[in-house]
Design a protein around this ligand. Sequence first.
Ligand code: PLP
Length: 345
Amino acid sequence: MITFYPGPSKVYPQVADYAVDAVRQGIVSLNHRSAGFMDIVKETIRLLHEKLAIPADYHIAFVSSATECWEIVAQSLTETASLHPHSGAFGKKWAEYAYRIKPPTSLSEADVLCIVQNETSNGTQVTMETLGQFRRDFTGLIAVDAVSSMAGIGLDWSLADVWFASVQKCFGLPAGLAVLVYSPAALKRAEAIGENSHYNSLLFIHENFSKFQTPYTPNGLGIYLLMRVLQQVPPVAEVASVIKQRAANWYAFFENELARSPFRVLNQEPSVRSDTVIAVEGTESDIKAIKTAALQAGIMLGNGYGDWKTTTFRIANFPAISDADVQTLKDFLLNYCKSDSLPAQ
Ligand SMILES: *Cc1c(COP(=O)(O)O)cnc(C)c1O
């Protein structure tokens, strides 16, 4: 089975060997305050700075999930209210989680702007140009959910104060770990707010990570696997150029080869189309039929999500997916759309 599910998604095949190493070498049994474990945390953070070109003065911490990051932004970095302009299901969920922690009493005094850079639910993205416009217009902190784009595309880190991603998308790893990146300004803000009442309060996380430790027993296996994958992958600029080219090829494929098929790209506006998640629209019955046929051919397409649950399928365009996988899916789609396996209209 090859999978194009946009999270959990295909893991790098090498992860199997790395996991064996982690167990055989006793890494998963290391005390998380031991020197050996702290070295792994330190090296993983160094590699993130290096491979993802994260500015040296931006801090990095590991938490459990992107959802946890949503809550950390609300509890530790939001004083009055956060703003959540959004276009899809993840942006909406973030707003709901945040408002449960910080009910939006006075949005006109909002001090945090929360942006989902890549909306996994509908395959749209916020470009760095748009983010730059937000940066110029908004004086508070900017927090960016880059869950399905970090490690897949180039990000201009300076355009926001908080960035986060869980690793089961573009990092090509199993779920259960998230990377939280925060600027000196974000840390200063956390200090000014002084929120310290949670195990995952940003100040407490920061204090622990400045010693390469964590507030609680961390996902040591996940951190080790992240370190090994980062050692293996090229710098993000190289990854991004492959991903961008592949995305352009996918969009051209649907607009040309599959122009007369029952399927079309969900977003008609090319400038907002995601590089890492391709959302494809069709009728409910066509979507259902193609997903079933794909499964029979050993290919897992991503289901639709949220409002687009039954009228789209999604194709992950993540770095761990190989050219051969992509070709297999293209061949399947071409074959399917020209064969009489299409349901009668
Ligand atoms: C997958 C996803 C999340 C949720 O990540 P978890 O690790 O499950 O918390 C949040 N935001 C976006 C944009 C996602 O794609």
